[in-house]
Design a binder for this molecule. Structure first.
Ligand code: ATP
Ligand code: MG
Length: 240
């Protein structure tokens, strides 16, 4: 077992074609942490997750996972190592049942480790447990989000990258998703969380990184971010 961070980005540049989006991004996520990445629309949050996942290839810098370089791997090989990205668009199979969606995910993903079992995922997401034989399409938005996260978990990931998991959800469902993320973290899954909803990030995260125009401009604990009116106002559009 390696010590040190589960995930580390050092001086990463990345972008699309000629357009550079990320500039000198350095961050790390320790085992068992929830780390948030917050910032305005277009700041480069999704691009950061895509770079980690191997959907966008960094043009400079290094990305390591359990101490091994992964910056050159594509998304499939990155997933096999044990990282799972839950993208902004929830992706489930609407015509398959909840259980079938989970069973199918268990066949993909990390090749050399056991993730949570389907039973453990259903314990975590109680709403799903009652509906294992229902079609994916019959689930509410919040339940579909939980099923998407559940699919990442049974695939064997020990690090999940969540891209705006509460986007578009009703407030009372947001709390269910927050509780579920906390629960899976308590089961040993390390979480990197991208959020527009800063309150969700502050509630869940041990540490936070603030991204602005492709650069990390602040990092620290949630309590420090809560109290930093300048950072909240300037980079996150929150006036306190
Ligand atoms: N496939 C692409 N090709 C070219 N430019 C892109 C592509 N995807 C994103 N961009 C640009 O990269 C920049 C960062 O986008 P990104 O999606 O990473 O931001 P974000 O912080 O996730 O924003 P949001 O909060 O809206 O999801 C934006 O200027 C965006 O227009
Ligand atoms: Mg995004």
């Amino acid at each position: 077992m390696t010590t040190g961070p589960v995930l580390e980005l050092e001086h990463v540049d990345a972008g699309y074609g000629e357009t550079q989006i990320l500039r000198d991004v350095s961050l790390h996520v320790n085992e068992g942490e929830v780390v948030s990445l917050v910032g305005r629309n277009g700041a480069g949050k999704t691009t950061t997750l895509r770079s980690i996942m191997g959907i966008v290839e960094p043009t400079a810098g290094t990305i390591t996972y359990h101490g091994e370089p992964i910056g050159h791997l594509d998304a499939v090989d990155t997933a096999k190592r044990g990282i799972s990205l839950v993208p902004e668009e929830r992706r489930i199979f609407p015509d398959l049942t909840v259980r079938e969606n989970l069973e199918l995910a268990a066949y993909g993903g990390a090749s050399d480790r056991d993730g949570l079992s389907i039973g453990e995922v259903l314990d975590t997401f109680e709403n799903l447990a009652d509906r294992t034989n229902n079609a994916g399409s019959s689930l509410s938005g919040g339940e579909q989000q939980m099923l998407t996260i559940g699919r990442a978990l049974v695939s064997g990931a020990d690090l999940i990258l969540l891209d705006e998991p509460t986007e578009g959800l009703a407030p009372y469902i947001v709390q269910d998703v927050v509780d579920a993320i906390r629960d899976l973290n308590e089961r040993g899954i390390t979480v990197m969380l991208v959020e527009q909803n800063v309150h969700v990030a502050l509630e869940l995260a041990d540490r936070n990184y603030v991204l602005n125009q492709g650069e990390i401009v602040w990092n620290g604990r949630s309590r420090a971010l809560e109290d930093d009116e300048d950072v909240l106002d300037t980079y996150l559009g929150i006036t306190t």
